[in-house]
Design a protein around this ligand. Structure first.
Ligand code: SF4
Length: 703
């Protein structure tokens, strides 16, 4: 293939949404090695610790699932079967449930790590042929608040900026994110830009003092959950100081009058008190933003994972809108995607409320268009169950069967013990996985071995709308198959037509046809083009611009009904579970530097485990004194949903009254006492249905 040079192949890293380019080299002994791709525009050869160690996760086959397995009864051991047996039984069970209880009695729970082609076929299978919209992914836990906010404010789920805007900006407002650890290569670009241009201002908003703060000009150490109040206070100051773009507001935006009225209802003094930061620092943030010629707002889970996540996002995007910092060089909102292909998944409609190419499930014309294209049965207008709702429905008995692919919900879902109960009660569980380690396997009736990164080809889209092609470098071990092939084989066993693709390129070609004349038109993109160019940014109708469309809204035409961006006057109320006498601390969660999600890949690499060997709880020194704790003491942390037992890390990097526990650890040898999601709250944002991971009330006691 043109993407192959001798035994070296181009690909992109399968961890975070930065989407770094890698060169994968196939060694003579069948193993692979990786290096950063110097020609790739995103990372220009750089990789972070996780990306640099990608090859270990592929070369170590010790935990790989090698052949399909199944059992007829949960008390029986799994036995090896062939693919036909496994898929025929699964099809028979799915058909029985669909016939008896209707199509909404089954569900697929997939992942932001799936390739676009995999998302496409599973979404088509479920929405077009099974006849239910019960297909959701772990992207629901990650970006769904940002998606909803983009749609509400810009009319489309579309990141306006590109990474090359970083070097053109002179002010960064980084909120609810620790990119120094979680999006490291992108952050290196910000750091290098600041080093070369010391006048560039970096404002970091975070209740914790993270590594990202080390280069900040200003760290606003807010009380958890007060983001909207802070953003509104800055908005008010920008208006007071005359640092808004009147022309943009008049001609290209709606809603400013209501917004202005709202933000002036709260005084700066009140806002400072609520946020727990000084008036001086809020003024300084507004000054930096007001003076900027290029202003980029950056955020991730700190805003998204909230029961008011959409409002938090809107309050931030408002700052770009009132200052007119959108659609021009070095300016715009840049949501940092947690997973490598959450964006690609949305492009094919891979969430319970979407249709392909960002079409709307509620729109009858959109449903008809897709149904005709697929030659399928009518598409159900009712949104399907979202991630956490699926597990509630399993627990309640409404949902009978779930197919979990490429994700590890028994570590990653909030209030995870409820999810565990749900899987215990489920009538039928299919787990499609690469590894024998995830806890979900204990509840499976059928286990399907999947191919891993570098063992299959396909595409992904990163945080800046960049579609990249990932080469297949080696064969998967044993009988493992690419996820898309598994789904297509199953669809054929169900008797559905339209899944007999010869290869992944055909699936991709079908997907791009569906994007024609939409806002995300990618009809100019093909495997041929991607192999030649490695990546392009959508929209990409034809090869007029070799790299696609780096920046959106340069013409100030938004995808809303009136073509104007919408400034939303959102309330700053927080509805999270509040601390009380029994649960006096606020728990927030996040990542450590060298681990990825639930560690099923990075946890295999001893080098990466060196950085943080076990989970821990960060607690402020003042709180530690009150609780009579010394560094390293084991504490019991309880919430209304469960408990964990962890070693204390006493540090002033967390505020008094706040504790922090990393998200990565699940059950270890059957013991779940390091699993933070025993504690977290599954309250949802009413619009995005994203859970409130970052805020719940806990107690802490010496063990
Ligand atoms: Fe991979 Fe993200 Fe690291 Fe780049 S920054 S190497 S995409 S984990």
């Amino acid at each position: 293939s043109p993407g192959k040079h001798n035994e070296s192949y181009t690909s992109t890293c399968c961890y975070c949404g930065v989407g770094c380019g890698v060169i994968v080299k196939k060694e003579k002994n069948g193993t692979i090695s990786v290096a950063g791709n110097k020609d790739y525009p995103v990372n220009k050869g750089m990789l972070c610790s996780k990306g640099l160690n990608l090859h270990y996760t592929v070369n170590d086959k010790s935990d790989r699932l090698l052949y399909p397995q199944m059992r007829y009864n949960k008390n029986m051991p799994m036995k090896r079967v062939n693919w036909d047996e496994a898929l025929e039984r699964t099809a028979a069970v799915f058909k029985t449930f669909i016939e008896k209880y209707g199509p909404d009695s089954v569900a697929f729970y997939a992942s932001g790590q799936c390739l676009t082609e995999e998302y496409y076929v599973v979404n088509k299978l479920m929405k077009g042929f099974i006849g239910s919209n019960n297909i959701d992914t772990n992207s629901r836990l990650c970006m769904s608040s940002a998606v909803a906010a983009y749609k509400m404010s810009l009319g489309e789920d579309s990141v306006p900026v590109c990474y090359d805007d970083i070097e053109l900006a002179d002010c960064f407002y980084v909120t609810g994110a620790n990119p120094a650890w979680c999006h490291p290569i992108l952050w290196r670009r910000v750091e290098a830009h600041k080093a070369a241009n010391p006048n560039v201002k970096i404002i970091v908003v975070d209740p914790r003092a993270t590594d990202t703060c080390s280069v900040a000009d200003l760290h606003l150490r807010v009380n958890p959950g007060t983001d909207i109040t802070l953003n509104h206070a800055i908005g008010r100051l920008l208006i007071e100081n005359g640092d808004i773009d009147i022309d943009f507001i008049r001609n290209h935006a709606e809603g400013f009058a209501q917004y202005s009225e709202l933000v002036f209802k709260r005084t700066l003094t009140e806002a400072a008190l609520i946020c727990g930061v000084s008036e001086h620092d809020i003024r300084l943030a507004a000054k930096y933003i007001g003076e900027a010629k290029g202003f980029i707002s950056m955020w991730t889970m700190g805003l998204n994972q909230s029961s008011v996540g959409v409002n938090k996002n809107l309050s931030l995007i408002n700052l770009n809108l009132i200052t007119g910092h959108i659609g021009k060089p070095g300016s715009g909102p840049l949501s940092l995607t947690g997973q490598p292909n959450a964006m690609g998944g949305r492009e094919v409609g891979g969430l319970a409320n979407l249709l392909p190419a960002h079409r709307d499930l509620k729109n009858s014309l959109h449903r008809e268009e897709v149904q005709k294209f697929w030659n399928s049965k009518p598409i159900n207008p009712q949104p399907g169950l979202t991630a956490t709702e699926m597990f509630e429905a399993l627990e309640g008995g409404r949902l009978k069967a779930i197919w979990i692919m490429c994700t590890n919900p028994l570590t990653s879902l909030p209030n995870v013990r409820l999810a565990e109960q749900a899987l215990k009660k489920a009538k039928f569980v299919v787990v499609q996985e690469i590894s024998s380690k995830p806890e979900t396997l204990a509840y499976a009736d059928v286990i399907l071995p999947a191919a891993a990164w570098a063992e299959k080809e396909g595409t992904m889209t990163n945080s800046e709308r960049r579609i990249s092609y990932l080469n297949k470098v080696i064969d998967p071990p044993g009988e493992a198959l690419p996820d898309a092939e598994i789904i297509c084989r199953f669809a054929q066993k169900m008797g559905y037509r339209g899944f007999d693709y010869k290869n992944a390129a055909e699936i991709y070609a079908e997907h791009v046809k569906l994007t024609a004349k939409t806002n995300i038109d990618a009809t100019g993109v093909s495997y041929e083009l991607l192999k030649e160019q490695q990546s392009v940014q959508w929209p990409f109708k034809k090869r007029l611009r070799p790299a696609g469309t780096p920046r959106l809204f340069a013409d100030k035409q938004f995808y809303t009904p009136h073509g104007k961006a919408i400034i939303h006057a959102v309330p700053d109320a927080l509805n999270s579970e509040q601390p009380d006498d029994n649960y006096p601390f606020i728990l927030t969660t996040g990542r450590v530097r060298d681990q990825w999600h639930t560690m099923s890949k990075t946890g295999k690499v001893s080098k990466l485990n060196q950085h943080t060997k076990q989970s821990f709880i960060e607690i402020n020194p003042h709180d530690a004194i009150l609780l009579q704790l010394n560094e390293g003491d084991v504490v019991v942390v309880k919430s209304r949903r469960g408990e964990v037992r962890l070693k204390t890390n006493i540090t002033s990097s967390v505020k008094q009254g706040v504790v922090f526990i990393p998200m990565h650890w699940g059950k270890i040898l059957g013991n779940d006492l390091h699993r933070v999601n025993n504690l977290t709250n599954d309250a949802l944002d009413p619009i995005s249905k994203e859970p409130d991971f970052k805020y719940c009330a806990v107690s802490v006691q010496k063990y």
